[in-house]
Write a protein that binds this ligand. Structure first.
Ligand code: AMP
Length: 120
């Protein structure tokens, strides 16, 4: 699969589309999900052309991964969900339910979250 540079998150990274930014540095951009599934719902995306969790794991350098995960941690701090608890998840591909083909982590919190996967 080839990275689509016109996916919506790539356009947010290029500032072609606005986002409600939580945190930004050289490695990542974090912003609130437009259609929140919990009282707190933010997305953290790397500043690089990575399609999915697997693509990022395969291609990103250790230094970049470290910077990215530090940005995730800073986002969690800003969202202030650490003490009450939160969920981090990433959807990969069709069965995972991935809609946007730019790697992103969801950070969800603000209430007691339900089961991770609903029964079919
Ligand atoms: P996924 O299904 O894991 O690919 O998640 C994509 C997420 O992006 C969904 O939760 C959408 O609500 C969210 N989303 C789509 N467009 C935007 C946007 N323009 N700004 C913020 N979040 C968005």
């Amino acid at each position: 699969m080839i990275y689509d540079p016109n996916n919506i998150f790539a356009r947010i990274l290029r500032k072609e589309i606005p986002a409600n930014v939580v945190y930004e540095d050289d490695f990542a951009l974090a912003f609130y999900d437009l259609y929140p599934k919990a009282p707190v719902h933010a997305l953290v995306i790397p500043k690089g052309e990575y399609i999915s969790f697997y693509d990022f794991s395969e291609k990103a350098s250790p230094e970049f991964m470290k910077g990215f995960y530090k940005a995730v941690q800073k986002t969690i701090d800003i969202l202030d969900v650490k003490d009450q608890g939160f969920r981090v998840l990433s959807n990969h591909g069709q069965n995972g339910g991935q809609e946007v083909p730019h790697f992103h982590l969801h950070i969800l919190g603000g209430r007691l979250l339900g089961k991770l996967v609903q029964p079919a």
